[in-house]
Design a protein around this ligand. Structure first.
Ligand code: L34
Length: 280
């Protein structure tokens, strides 16, 4: 193996140490950050992610509430719960775990969350703030990826950055954060022509498409930093990313594993955002 492993668990553990200290400092002022997580239905993967969020709260001393709602929950019921949490004084952050069951209007629910408690930074107001570079929260996954890139010591400035995937949750904000750090950014998606040609230009390659082992060694530049946001199961049911890890390791300069890469960082950034929200 040629590539250096970017250890998301280790970077995360280090950041969580300082967040823990921040929570302790807030406690002296009588402030306890509080996070409410809502999960609708029983998608097993979502349950694992939510459980990991709860555990992180416990570890840091953040108060948390979990609302597990049945799959058949109505738009009105979910809206009412979000509105109640918007008013709840001990709750600083509200997170509605996505994806929601098909019959629910995700966009409308997100817009119901008070922007000041929107620790995912998915509300249109927060998205707009990020676009103009005047924000309080960054979306957790892209923010975590910026920390992972920083941990390599490689500056983003002037680099060819290629983001594969254009979701509102990862691809689009990711591109914006790389741009804020003066990267030259290209966003690729399902209609991109000659994808391999574009990805091969990347000094920093971020992949968030949800297709197991989609990025092969021939698509990666020698020495590139490769960030794998994918969370897929391979033919044997084993967790794997969007990048063909074993093969790409022989080409890349640094690479994130799945699991133990982006996932733990997403949760750490959620903790950071909750603390930020609690500070007011
Ligand atoms: N609202 N919905 C909202 N906010 C989010 O930030 C998310 N995301 C994505 C899905 N839906 C969301 C998450 O929380 C993805 N995601 C997430 C969070 C944690 C992990 C993965 C995805 C995680 O803990 N990953 C572990 C492995 C977990 C396992 O064993 O299955 C890891 O080491 O990568």
């Amino acid at each position: 193996m040629k590539a250096k492993l970017i250890d998301g668990k280790a970077v995360s553990a280090k950041l969580r140490e300082s967040l823990k200290q921040e929570v302790a400092n807030l406690a002296e002022e009588g402030i306890t950050p509080g996070l409410a997580v809502i999960i609708v239905g029983d998608d097993p993967a979502s349950k694992v992610y939510v459980r990991n969020k709860e555990k992180a709260c416990e570890e840091l001393g953040i108060y948390s509430e979990k609302y597990e709602l049945p799959a058949q929950t109505t738009q009105e019921e979910l809206t009412e719960l979000v509105k109640k949490l918007n008013q709840k004084p001990d709750i600083d952050g509200i997170l509605v775990q996505l994806p929601l069951p098909k019959h629910l209007d995700e966009k409308a629910i997100i817009e119901t969350i008070s922007p000041s408690k929107d620790v995912d930074a998915f509300h249109a107001q927060n998205v707009g703030r990020i676009m103009i570079g005047d924000y309080k929260f960054l979306p957790c996954t892209p923010a975590g990826i910026m920390e992972l890139i920083a941990s390599t010591g490689i500056p983003v400035e002037g680099k060819e950055c290629v983001v594969v995937g254009r979701s509102n949750i990862v691809g689009k904000p990711m591109a914006m954060l790389l741009l804020h750090q003066n990267g030259t950014v290209t966003i690729c998606h399902s209609r991109t022509k000659n994808l391999a040609e574009v990805t091969k230009r990347a000094d920093i390659l971020v992949v968030a498409i949800g297709k197991a082992k989609f990025i092969t060694a021939d698509m990666v530049k020698e020495g590139a930093v490769v960030i794998d946001v994918g969370m897929n199961r391979d033919e044997n049911g084993k967790l794997c990313g969007d990048v063909d890890f074993d093969a790409v390791c022989e080409v890349a300069g640094a690479i994130t594993p799945v699991p133990g890469g982006v996932g733990p960082m997403t949760i750490t950034m959620l903790m950071r955002n909750t603390i930020t929200a609690a500070k007011g």
